[in-house]
Design a protein around this ligand. Structure first.
Ligand code: NIG
Length: 345
């Protein structure tokens, strides 16, 4: 895990606000001790869930998007460290592994211009480099029997999550994606809009379900491709669920689970599906936070749920005064996922 920047107990102490009479997650979560190999530590630690940050937005830049997703990890870990450790959820069930070291890559892209064809190709190459690191770390975590909770970063990291999971399990895996976009776009060089299509094309992704696609932001060509692969790729649109009310949210979650549950699956959450959450493709129309929480709680309950990835949140693009809110939202989602596994289906 050379590309891992471990989160130390001092880092954790710095972000935990101690209050007498209370126990915060930051006082109970595990960190990799200095001079101990992360793999040996993961192997010996009893906690099931492994927090990993990917503070990059190179895939978003390569997709003509607005940078900012690199800032989610920092605000997320600050919020998670200050959740109350109690009978409903225990901080001691989490290992804060750290973040993928993308400092050099982020420096390299500072002056790249995505409208320049050569620069765009450099951006895509850097995304490929990060893909390798993500898939390697995810594979190692899953091989040790742990459950990764990944905080992105752009949605390009779905590729590394899916590939790492498939390599660890020794077979292609499935994915459910709560998203306004399919990210199943053409293979034109890696970016945040084609993580799933690359994983599918390369044989790591078997079945894929997109939950809540926005009809206005899905191209005819993507819809045509999906139509031809109906046995393996399906979707339900946000508009049919929440606007025209032709479909029922709970029933469609059930149907989506029926589709993907035959194999291990990853739960992918793009925060651009939630209105007014700062992100590259921020929206004013979308699912509520409660619906998203119910979604994670529902899918996280299944024994084949193998990882959770929360991405595209970009606190740096939001209002300065309230940029902790994305961290707070991510904290709710992380604990909903952990709580879900105690009611396995
Ligand atoms: N991960 C996001 N992908 C979307 C972004 C859409 C946008 O920037 O408007 C996509 O490529 O379709």
């Amino acid at each position: 895990m050379e590309k891992l920047l471990p989160f130390t107990k001092y880092d954790l102490a710095k972000v935990t606000n101690h209050r007498s009479g209370e126990i915060k997650f930051g006082e109970k979560m595990h960190t990799v001790p200095k001079d101990i190999d992360p793999i040996s530590f993961l192997n010996s630690c009893e906690a099931q869930y492994v927090l990993l940050g990917i503070p990059e937005d190179i895939g978003v830049r390569a997709n003509f998007g607005r940078p900012g997703a690199a800032s989610a990890w920092n605000v997320a870990i600050q919020s998670i460290a200050n959740i109350q450790h109690n009978r409903f959820c225990k901080g001691s069930n989490l290992i804060v592994l750290g973040q993928i070291n993308v400092e050099d890559e982020m420096k390299e892209v500072e002056h790249l211009d995505f409208t320049d064809i050569d620069d765009r190709s450099k951006l895509s190459k850097l995304v490929e480099k990060i893909d390798k690191d993500v898939s390697h770390i995810i594979c190692s975590i899953i091989q040790l029997g742990k459950t990764p909770i990944v905080i992105g970063g752009g949605h390009n990291n779905s590729y590394g999550n899916i590939k790492g999971t498939a390599l660890a399990k020794g077979k292609p895996v499935n994915a459910i994606n709560f998203d306004a976009h399919s990210d199943f776009r053409i293979l034109e060089g890696r970016h945040s809009g084609n993580g799933f299509s690359y994983a599918y094309e390369e044989g790591f992704l078997k079945k894929y379900f997109v939950f809540g696609l926005h009809e206005n932001y899905t191209s005819k060509s993507v819809l045509d491709i999906i139509k031809k692969t109906d046995d393996r790729v399906r979707y339900i649109t946000y508009d049919s669920l929440k606007i025209r009310k032709e479909k029922d949210f709970n029933l469609e979650m059930f149907n989506a689970l029926e589709f993907i549950k035959s194999d291990y699956f990853g739960i992918e959450i793009d925060l651009d599906a939630i209105p007014n959450i700062a992100s590259s493709a921020m929206t004013i129309s979308g699912f509520s936070v409660e619906e998203l929480r119910q979604f994670i709680s529902f899918f996280g309950r299944h024994r084949n749920a193998t990882y959770l990835h929360i991405c595209e949140g970009a606190p740096d693009l939001g209002e300065k005064k309230n940029n902790h809110l994305i961290g707070k939202l991510i904290g709710y989602l992380v604990t909903d996922f952990i709580k879900a596994s105690t009611v396995e289906i």
